[in-house]
Design a protein around this ligand. Structure first.
Ligand code: SF4
Length: 142
């Protein structure tokens, strides 16, 4: 795929690049609306679920990062922030004196999380692994 993109972008637009990086398109917001409209939401979710890769779990950004909304609301990641899914307990920035207080709190997961755990992951780090498995159990790192 990289070679084809290199060739087409060079020929059509004169664009050159060294490396192609791909990420999973998260089934949320506008993309989810498009999938639903086209009747493809279930098959896309099935694709993500069937490509669950446990090797992505340690690299999930929700394990050691936090998103802070402009009103001080806390979210496990920016995807959850877009969906207004707050951290467990609905804590806000004024409820904590240190981010270390969030260590160990359960991460709020939803269907879209399979976008982070399929194949090599989305914006989360990950690797391709043939190991089979499903389910997501995780908590914030200390
Ligand atoms: S797995 Fe879920 S909570 Fe974690 S980064 Fe991905 S979307 Fe956010």
């Amino acid at each position: 795929m990289q070679e084809r993109y290199k060739e087409e972008l060079k020929n059509l637009f004169g664009i050159r690049f060294r490396r192609l990086l791909t990420i999973t398109n998260m089934p949320i917001s506008r993309f989810a609306d498009t999938l639903l409209r086209q009747g493809e939401y279930d098959s896309y979710m099935g694709l993500l679920v069937n490509h669950f890769n446990p090797a992505t779990l340690d690299g999930l950004m929700c394990r050691d990062q936090i998103s802070v909304g402009w009103q001080g609301n806390l979210y496990d990641c920016d995807f959850n922030q877009m969906l207004d899914i707050e951290v467990a307990g609905g804590l806000g920035i004024d409820d904590i004196s240190s981010f270390s207080e969030l260590a160990g709190i359960p991460i709020t997961t939803h269907d879209h999380c399979f976008g982070c755990t399929a194949g090599s992951g989305s914006s989360c780090g990950g690797s391709i692994d043939e190991t089979e498995g499903r389910g997501l159990t995780a908590g914030k790192a200390a």
